[in-house]
Design a protein around this ligand. Structure first.
Ligand code: FDM
Ligand code: MG
Length: 227
């Protein structure tokens, strides 16, 4: 006798610069999935509601100094503490939308300006930044909302959180580009969407990425990959 088999959910990461429209698109996408009869859940990182998230929130909203490596590891810990619940949700058949994931984790830390007592070129290298996330669930697709500097500047201005500064954002833009082209093994994982269009136009392109992720899951072996 065969046991009933629930196909696993897809793990879909939405990434992009600030003001690319990630949260708007995540909300629309969640509704579209649910109204299509696909069980789905949204998980935002950093998750500011947990104990590590509270520390991260304090860091982002204040100017209290904190060592770059320490805060980087805290962002990663914030993902690790969600791992079991991410996996059990996926295996129960629910698709998860991640509003930011390890890719934001890598580029925002690597974009930080060097401090005098550290390496003068790049304080935190991409491999160093990636290492604490090794072993976390791997997304079936990373939908990257790509916005030009010009389009970004037409949108509402930054708030006053720590990383909402033009110089850092420009560095982040370049590092996201490096990351997308970095490793040819991971190239297929990225689904780049032009985020400069209307909300509806962007949502259509995002949806195509979601269908691709669902297709990959259907054709896969049922296991969730690892970073
Ligand atoms: N951020 C986000 C990081 O620096 N590392 C991470 O691992 C993650 C997930 O936190 F500037 C940065 C990106 C952004 C800030 O994110 C807060 P939200 O999406 O604005 O809450
Ligand atoms: Mg923000």
């Amino acid at each position: 006798m065969t046991t009933p088999h629930t196909p696993r959910g897809a793990l879909i990461a939405i990434e992009g610069l600030d003001r690319a429209g990630k949260s708007t698109q995540c909300d629309l996408l969640l509704n579209r999935l649910l109204s299509s009869g696909i069980p789905a859940k949204l998980q935002k990182f950093p998750d500011r509601t947990t104990p590590t998230g509270t520390l991260i929130n304090t860091y982002l909203t204040s100017s209290t100094p904190l060592d770059d490596q320490s805060i980087h590891l805290l962002f990663s810990a914030n993902r690790w503490e969600a791992r079991d619940s991410l996996l059990s949700t996926l295996l129960s058949g629910t698709t998860i939308l991640l509003d930011r994931y390890i890719y934001s984790g890598i580029v925002f830390s690597a974009a930080k300006p060097p401090t005098p007592i550290k390496d003068p070129k790049q304080p935190l290298s991409i491999p160093w930044c990636k290492s604490p996330d090794i072993g976390l669930p791997k997304p079936d697709i990373i939908i990257f909302l790509n916005i030009t500097q010009e389009d970004a500047e037409k949108r509402a201005g930054f708030g006053d959180e720590r990383y909402e500064k033009r110089e850092l954002q420009e560095k982040v833009r370049g590092l996201f580009e490096d990351l997308r082209g970095e490793d040819s093994n991971d190239k297929d994982d990225w689904w780049v969407v032009n985020a400069g269009g209307t909300v509806e136009e962007v949502a259509e392109e995002v949806w195509k990425g979601v269908l691709e992720a669902l297709r990959r899951v259907k054709e896969g072996n049922g296991e969730v990959g690892s970073i």
